[in-house]
Design a protein. Structure first.
Length: 85
């Protein structure tokens, strides 16, 4: 749809591959937008272990938060420093 001129707006920051392959395009305009992302565990799904609080706590401790943030920043995202963190 983009190549046919049928789009007025499209978000391309959902994956780093899409963002990085298009960020130098003359038609791409960066617009600041406040968003929050988070991850949750499906405690009632097929993986029975996720219903166990101790397992969820262990997964929480093992989560590479810096790696997750680093992957998000590769899409043009920036950290919010307004709260003093």
């Amino acid at each position: 749809m983009y190549k046919q001129g049928q789009l007025d707006f499209a978000s391309i920051s959902s994956t780093s591959a899409i963002f990085n392959s298009n960020k130098k395009n003359k038609d791409v305009v960066t617009v600041p937008e406040a968003t929050t992302s988070y991850m949750t565990y499906n405690e009632t799904g097929k993986v029975k272990g996720l219903g166990n609080l101790k397992i969820r706590k262990a997964l929480n401790l093992a989560t590479d938060r810096k790696g997750i943030v680093g992957a998000a920043i590769d899409t043009g995202s920036v950290l919010d420093r307004s709260n003093g963190c």
